[in-house]
Design a binder for this molecule. Sequence first.
Ligand SMILES: Nc1ncnc2c1ncn2[C@@H]1O[C@H](COP(=O)(O)OP(=O)(O)OP(=O)(O)O)[C@@H](O)[C@H]1O
Ligand SMILES: [Mg+2]
Length: 341
Amino acid sequence: MPETAETILSSERLLQAQKLGQAVIAEVGRVFIGNPTIVEALLLGLLSRGHVLLEGVPGVAKTTLVKAFAQVLGCQFRRVQFTPDLLPSDITGTYILDPASKDFVLREGPIFAQIILGDEINRAPPKTQSALLEAMQEGQVTLEGQTRTLPQPFMVLATQNPIEHEGTYPLPEAQLDRFLIKLSVGYPEAQAEKNMLRAYAQAPSPPRELLSPPVILELQRLAAAVHVDDEIYDYVLELVRYTRQHRRVALGASPRAALALLHAARARALLSGRDFVLPDDVKALAAQILAHRLMLISEAEMEGIVSASVIHEALQAVAVRPSERRRSEAAAAPVTPRRVS
Ligand SMILES: Nc1ncnc2c1ncn2[C@@H]1O[C@H](COP(=O)(O)OP(=O)(O)OP(=O)(O)O)[C@@H](O)[C@H]1O
Ligand SMILES: [Mg+2]
């Protein structure tokens, strides 16, 4: 009998997914001390088959965080330090002459790993950035006319310093759209920073491997099976349409952005042990998923308006409305909630 969404998301699997998620967040939290919602966002990115960009000033533990997260996943991972002289082939790989066979063989670049840490991605020139970003979008790399598929799971965790910094090449908007989530890593709260100072008297032991490629693929499959009600579709649509009509926005959220928001909302539901998405999942993620994809008109930037405030405004303005179907169901019979853990 083929599995349906109902049977895929058994209560045991939901509970297991939730527990695994909590364990990952706690384990990374031993090394990256402070904000667990940032770690949760990395996990949401992974479960929704997306890529994550972290932005923050030097010394806020961006590298520490992505490294710890990658270690917990139990996948093959490679780190690429982006520098101004990095070439596209340093990422994708090159054909070299094999003296034994006298034939050209591919020396695979770091892109062929499962988890890629693209550190300080905005320090490399655009051509090199696009070698990475194209692979992210297509899940494959074409070298000398030959297309090779990238391994699964495949996730890019990139870091960048704020774009005003000297000697950087800001990622163009179209490229930013390749990232499911963009996170700002700020300074920790005073108490968290004190905890970090205490905990780092001795460097903590490296994080344990808690996941593995098959487990991650299974979690991704479960996340994709999470139920989305009609009213949630309408809610997401209204939010993205709000950004498109906003007078301060030159380029609003795309259908790809709407899809990204839904994928991440499903993953958030799964991590909470639920087999259905709530409006709160959408609300909690809207800024992280949509803000970096908006382009504001230049006057707005001069007035100090930022994309995140447009998303905030959209969340205030757009209400969750019960769908037509839900209204007629409610009229016919009392609403029985789906399974709640
Ligand atoms: N919240 C934190 N938790 C744990 N360690 C932290 C935290 N904040 C800073 N550190 C420590 O500060 C140091 C710098 O961290 P890291 O190199 O990861 O920063 P970064 O954001 O990548 O900086 P850069 O932009 O210069 O590369 C590390 O030793 C790290 O352990
Ligand atoms: Mg760093």
